[in-house]
Design a protein around this ligand. Structure first.
Ligand code: ADP
Ligand code: ASP
Ligand code: MG
Length: 389
């Protein structure tokens, strides 16, 4: 009997109606004989709303208390899904991250998994139950409740799939799978049936929300088979593979496999002194990019965190730092793109009116920094160039 881990994101469990529909649909799969572990996110905008409640009380909430609050979101959806399964006459039980044995470090707000000890899940599966797990959360070795960072339920699902030796980790979301660009921004984006882990990693770390980057990293490291699917139609989605899938006869031609983007970033500049190193050690927020540029440590951070970052810097003794806003990035993902000057010339020509401020690269990406307001048009024109209509 195979163990399958299925993760349902916030948009898939947005209402009681959606949760009941999932239970109804799963009732069929369960009769197929697999053992199911279901990892859930909080309902739709719940996590954002919980954040807002805390900020109504204080502009600088304690990270520990914030984690206590935020983890409530996933507890709501896990119990509602369990109740819905019971209504379908399926024996089920829900567990928090802590009950599931997700052990993390103590970085509240962005904790990393250090161990999984999910024996309670195994015990319940052995009793024939479907186990539902609250994603995005764990417990630190100091027995404090932690969260894994925004979008972290994907990582919970992959970590559990790995521990349980699951045959598959299916990530259900509101799109059919991974596309050549965010389908919300580029309606012509093409569906990708198979994508290599490293391309997926480059996409995820560069802002494609469809998978949490740490989930991809975990899956790559421990060879967890992952598929991204739609909870609207359950059709076969995108499989993340260990192999590259080159276009026919592409040979050594530079090939763009997908385009990622990120808008609305703040750029902070601080002196890279000993204080900065201490600061980075206690940093709890996600940093989109970090560079050493013109003798300054440059941090690109989502603008919504501005007041928290200002506070953090002041608290750390930075009475002087510079910041500016409305930055964005467009990232072409593909092997060795930047190794070809002619390819760079082609991109520069195409984007000559996009106010490109800077270009950087890795072996799997070519990254354009530009004003946030130029991101959407730049993604569209590059997508048109490399993927056609
Ligand atoms: P969930 O609530 O299921 O975790 P997310 O909002 O975190 O869902 O991720 C799904 C979203 O990712 C999609 O609605 C889509 O807008 C966005 N996305 C960004 N880039 C891509 C891409 N290349 N392919 C598919 N979806 C993408
Ligand atoms: N509910 C959390 C968030 O909104 C985790 C997740 O959705 O994966 O970030
Ligand atoms: Mg997500």
């Amino acid at each position: 009997m195979a163990i399958i881990v299925k993760k349902f994101g916030g948009s898939s469990v947005g209402s009681v109606g959606q949760i009941r529909a999932i239970a109804h649909r799963l009732a069929r799969d369960i009769r197929g004989g697999d053992q199911l572990v279901l990892v859930v996110s909080a309902m739709a905008k719940t996590t954002d709303e919980l954040f807002k409640l805390a900020y109504e009380i204080t502009p600088h909430p304690s990270r520990r208390e914030l984690d206590m609050l935020l983890t409530a979101g996933e507890r709501i959806s896990m119990s509602l899904l369990s109740l819905s399964l019971m209504e379908e006459n399926i024996s089920s039980i829900s567990f928090t991250g802590s009950q599931s044995g997700i052990i993390t470090d103590d970085h509240h707000g962005n904790a990393r998994i250090i161990k999984v000890n999910a024996f309670r899940i195994q015990e319940e599966l052995a009793k024939g139950k479907v186990v539902i797990v609250a994603g995005f959360q764990g417990v630190s070795t100091a027995k404090e409740i932690t969260t894994l960072g925004r979008g972290g339920s994907d990582t919970s699902a992959v970590a559990l799939a790995c521990y349980l030796g699951a045959a598959k980790c299916e990530i259900y979301t509101d799109v059919n799978g991974v596309y050549t660009a965010d389908p919300r921004l580029v309606p012509q984006a093409r569906f990708i049936r198979e994508i290599g882990y490293l391309d997926m990693l480059a996409l995820a770390y560069n802002g494609s929300k469809v998978l949490h980057p740490r989930a991809v990293e975990y899956a790559y490291k421990y060879k967890v088979p992952v598929e991204v699917r739609s909870s609207l139609n359950y059709a076969a989605g995108t499989t993340i593979t260990r192999e590259e899938s080159p276009k026919d006869k592409a040979m050594e031609e530079r090939q763009v496999n997908a385009i990622a983007h990120k808008e609305d970033l703040m750029r902070y500049r601080i002196k890279p002194d000993a204080k900065a190193l201490l600061l980075l050690n206690k940093w709890h927020h996600e940093i989109f990019k970090i560079n050493l540029q013109d003798q300054a440590l440059e941090l690109f951070i989502e603008a919504k965190y501005e007041s928290e970052i200002d506070y953090l810097l002041l608290e750390s003794g930075y009475d002087q730092f510079t910041k500016d806003k409305d930055w964005g990035f467009v990232i072409l993902v593909g092997l060795g793109l930047a190794a070809d000057p002619a390819f760079i010339a082609r991109v520069l020509k195409l984007t000559e009116h996009c106010q490109i401020e800077r270009i950087s690269h890795s072996e799997r990406s070519l990254e354009l920094m530009l004003p946030s307001e130029k991101v959407a048009t730049t993604v569209s024109l590059l997508h048109h160039e490399f993927f056609g209509e």
